[in-house]
Design a protein around this ligand. Structure first.
Ligand SMILES: [Zn+2]
Length: 160
């Protein structure tokens, strides 16, 4: 018979119960890297309830703003760290192709090797301090995170 656990909520309002792995102790088998901290709950002893709640929690975590942004994902108004100062992106434009990456696989029906080439672009970035620079795709910068970038937990916990 399953034992019924009292449901609590975490700091974002998601329903949590004792961690499935460590039964709420926060500790599990010892290893050199993390000692005996439980991987299931990162030592908190709590886990978001399975099913709908866990799915909503995963979506909520994925919606958190990233501390870094690559040039191809920048939009005007983003604030990035540049020469140890915060500057605003004025414009970002895709430029010429800087190179290609290739991936190969065997096509089973024809027994041919198929090679796919993916182009990579340069981007021209103009910043509020007058910087005008061409950067390769994937160039990554720290970005300033503002309160409005965070998802509203209420949008995820409704109906849980
Ligand atoms: Zn645990």
């Amino acid at each position: 018979m399953a034992t019924l656990q009292e449901t609590r909520i975490n700091s974002h309002g998601f329903p949590v119960i004792d961690c499935y792995r460590c039964k709420g102790s926060g500790t599990y088998s010892f290893n050199q890297v993390d000692g005996n901290k439980c991987y299931g709950c990162n030592g908190s002893g709590l886990a978001v309830r399975r099913g709908k709640a866990a799915k909503a929690w995963k979506e909520f975590l994925e919606a958190q703003p990233s501390k870094h942004i690559t040039v191809q994902h920048m939009t005007p108004g983003d604030v990035i760290a540049w020469d140890k100062r915060w500057v605003t992106v004025v414009s970002v434009e895709q430029g010429n192709i800087s190179g290609h990456s290739e991936t190969s696989y065997r096509d089973r029906s024809t027994d041919q090797t198929i090679t796919e080439r993916t182009p990579h672009y340069n981007y021209r970035l103009i910043l509020s301090d007058g910087t005008d620079r061409t950067l390769g795709e994937g160039s990554q910068y720290r970005r300033k995170i503002t309160a409005t970038m965070y998802p509203d937990p209420a949008d995820y916990t409704a109906g849980l």
